[in-house]
Structures are given as C-alpha cells and as structure tokens.
Design a protein around this ligand. Sequence first.
Ligand code: CP3
Length: 343
Amino acid sequence: MAFNDIFLRACRGEKTSPIPVWFMRQAGRYLPEYQEIRGKADFLTMCKTPELAAEVTLQPVELLGVDAAILFSDILIPLEPMGINLSFKEGKGPIIEPSVRSERELKALKKIEPERDVPFVLETIRILRRELSDKVPLIGFAGAPFTLATYLIEGGTTKSFVNIKEMLFSAPGLFRKVLDLITEVTISYLSAQIDAGVQAIQLFDTWAGILTRHDFKDAALTYARRVFNSLKGRGVPLIYFVFNGGHLLDLIRQSGADVIGLDWRTDIETALKVLGPDVIIQGNLDPCLLFLDEERLRDRILEIIYQGYGAKAHVFNLGHGVLPQIPPEKVRLAIEMIHDLSR
Ligand code: CP3
C-alpha cells in the first residue's frame, strides 16, 4: 500500500480529494477490539505498555480507514513524573493527588525528562512509525497548559472550575508559576514526541472555553502560543483544538497554530466569517449525530464538507471524541461517506 498523506497535505493548506478524516478518541471503548485488550489491562497499563498502546492505535486505521493515526495515550500522562499520583476511578474520571493549590505544592513538582520519565510514550511512537510507514501519518498530542492546569489545580473533573479561577484571580503570581512550569514540561514532552517520529501535533484545550475572552488571553492563549512558537521550526503541522471555543476564534487564530480545530457548536461557515477564508479548519460533526440514520447522517456530513470548502483546507473530524455508545459500523460508514462525498 502507498503511504496516504492527504492528512498532512491538508494540514499544509492543500485542498485534497477526498478530504482527510480522523476522529478524536477513534481508539476507545466503542470498539470491541479495544474492549478485548482493555479487559486484560487497565487504561494506564495500556498507555505504559508500548505493544498494547501501539496495537490499539492501529485498530481504527485498520478497522475504519481513517487517514491519520493518533498516539494512544492521555493528556494526563506527563503529570505522574512531575510528582503527582494519577488514577482513573470508574465513572468518576481522573483523580490527581495532591491537587496543587499553594506554593508548597508547586515546589514539590518536578520538570520531566521525557526519555527518562515517559520512555513508553516514545517507544510506542517508534513502533508505530515502523508499522505505519506504508499507511498513514501519526499524530502526537498533549494537553494545552490551561487544561492541564485545570486538572492539576482542581484535582480532577469539575463543573464550577472554582479552584483554578480562584487562583487565577486571587493569587495570579502563583497561577503564572504553575502555568510556566506546565508550559515548559509540555514543550519538552512534545519536542521528544517529534524527535521520536510524530508527524503532526494536536494541543487539546478542553477547558479553556470556560473563560471570558479577557481571561482566555491571560490564562490560556499566552501559554499555548509559547508552546506553538517553540515547536514552529520543527516541520510538523500544529493543531489547536479549543473545546467550546466559539467565542474565542479570533484569539485562537493568534495562537500560531497551523490548523484550528472546531467543536460542533460553531458551524464552519460562521467560524469562517470571523477567521476569514485563509485558514485551515478541522472539524466538526457533533459526535451524537452518529446516532442518525444513514440518509440523515449523509446530509449533515455533506453540509460540513460544503462549508469546509470555504476554508483554505479542511480536515474532517468530530467536534469532540467518539462516544462509547456509538456502534462501530456507524463510525466506519461515516468515514466512508466523508471520503465518497468529498471526492
Ligand atoms: O483520541 C484518541 O484516540 C487518542 C487517545 C486519547 C485519550 N485521551 C484516550 C483515553 C486522547 C487524545 C485523550 C485526550 C484527553 N484525555 C483529553 C482531551 C480531549 C477531550 O476529551 O476533551 C482529556 C480531557 C483527557 C482526560 C481524560 N482521560 C478523561 C477525562 C478520561 C475519563 C473519561 C472516560 O471516558 O472515562 C480519560 C480516559 C481515557 N482517555 C480513555 C481513553 C480511551 C478511556 C479509558 C478507558 O476506560 O478505557
């Protein structure tokens, strides 16, 4: 098989036929093949065992026909070697202990040396590059500094974000120090992923959308931009995905990323009114639309493809991750339709 580079070409601004597609969380619980491996190992063990992580990364490439693979890992992985205890409790999401809310807790955090501290991630990447050499490109990723800080400061999932906002507004000096450290860790982590062979990078800013425009600039954009600026010369496309970021688009454009990821709330046509036509867009099918019947799903996919033509280039994706409830055949069908309709 010849190497399929339409994802990389679209990330560099080329209009391809068909357009490329990959899905966030394309490796995951909705796939029985994933469940089979997950039945024998817990999630963190899977992330830390290169053969298993590589195997589940490859599943959607083989089963679904996506145009890019994304490293199987988690944005929280670099927190552990910083000195944090990380666990996943069924139904409760991630738990981070201790949460970092004072100078004292910040002082206990360490910078990471990726080759020493997360060798399993780099080894997974090396295995995958060998396995994917005649298939598709490999995407590496990290959490954006603000989103990682949210987990670190809240200690897990939150609805109110009161602890991180309290620190931002009542202890801005401490907030800055926490974010500076996370930013430095993120840059060295992503830089090591690029050295190991990833061919594109996505920065996930899952929680930055809770911020006002004013605070997004200070608390999220500043640090994301620092990450992108540091990686700019490395020759890999940089994608910035801010979940719930419709009110932030013009600011997101200033991040220095090459590709802007959109969730489903802002349609591409509306986004392009703010961004202008000279942008490369990734997105943005509502993951729940995969519950539609085939005919209706086709209409909604077509709508997104049409709107995407208004951009310089378009990488099709969901507006957030694949949900565990979606039948895998539907995901495969959607990918086939995206290819057929955009050809
Ligand atoms: O997209 C992919 O296929 C690559 C792998 C990937 C995972 N997490 C695997 C995963 C990626 C890119 C992530 C990113 C991630 N992780 C984000 C940013 C994207 C987003 O969803 O907004 C965030 C916020 C996390 C943190 C995280 N990891 C949470 C909140 C959870 C628990 C929620 C849940 O579904 O239980 C995880 C666990 C996780 N990360 C799973 C997978 C496949 C489920 C683990 C399992 O139980 O098998």
